[in-house]
Design a protein around this ligand. Structure first.
Ligand code: ADP
Length: 224
């Protein structure tokens, strides 16, 4: 299944690129000849194709998580956090988000995957904000043989009946109101599981969400 997804995603890229570029050409060459409705239809078609490009790219990123082996290294989670805050600087400022964190550990992990994991969860915590300014806290505590992390927010929250579904590929609870493809949490789940951990969410609709995940202290053994 995974191999199929990867090959299909790869092969679908080229025809999609053709659709996008010929729609652009059609519009450019016929600027004055087309009526406003025709322009609107072309724009809708382009938006659909661009959205599909994003989904395919994310599907590829998802399948590459297991096909690209990477050496595990010592990762300072505080450094990961600093990088995330830098990458999300604009969104943080625009939303007046306040982000705090406990002291974060050193792990044996894949740096770029951990970055992706924290960044996805924190950018969701900003995106699914309520009318209050986002207040986000990242906690970390050591329990037995694993580190336990959480990313808590004061956003719109999630109805318990959907809390499993949101971790599946392309599953979204919100369509038009928020941008996105529904791949973010599926990618997070795969990253956590590749490191031998678990991920879940504690939340109630309207009462914020807390995304929790664990990473074993010695995750080398589990990564494949
Ligand atoms: P996307 O954000 O692209 O829709 P995700 O896989 O990251 O995809 O999230 C899946 C769904 O889970 C989202 O559509 C949203 O409904 C819900 N969700 C994710 N994070 C949060 C959050 N922090 N607060 C409320 N809902 C969330």
């Amino acid at each position: 299944m995974e191999q199929f997804a990867s090959i299909a995603a790869h092969d679908l890229q080229e025809p999609l690129r053709m659709i996008v570029s010929f729609l652009k050409l059609l519009e450019r060459r016929n600027q004055d000849k087309l009526d406003p409705q025709a322009h609107e239809f072309i724009e809708l078609a382009s938006d659909g194709a661009i959205r599909m490009q994003k989904m395919i790219n994310e599907l590829l990123a998802y399948s590459r998580l297991s096909t690209r082996e990477k050496e595990l290294e010592d990762v300072d989670c505080q450094k990961v956090m600093d990088q995330v805050l830098m990458n999300l600087k604009v969104a943080i400022e625009e939303n007046k988000a306040e982000i705090t964190n406990d002291s974060l550990p050193l792990l044996t992990a894949d740096y770029s995957q951990l970055l992706h994991l924290f960044q996805n969860l924190i950018s969701n915590a900003i995106k699914y904000r309520s009318h209050q300014n986002p207040e986000i806290h990242i906690s970390a505590s050591k329990k037995d043989k694993e580190w336990s992390f959480s990313v808590g927010d004061n956003g719109i929250g999630i109805d318990p009946k959907y809390q499993k579904r949101i971790f599946m590929i392309f599953q979204r609870l919100h369509r038009a109101e928020y941008p996105g493809t529904g791949m973010g949490l599926a990618i997070c789940k795969k990253i956590v599981e590749r490191h031998g951990g678990r991920i879940w969410v504690d939340s109630k609709l309207g009462e914020g969400s807390k995304f929790c995940f664990t990473i074993p202290i010695k995750s080398n053994a589990q990564i494949f």
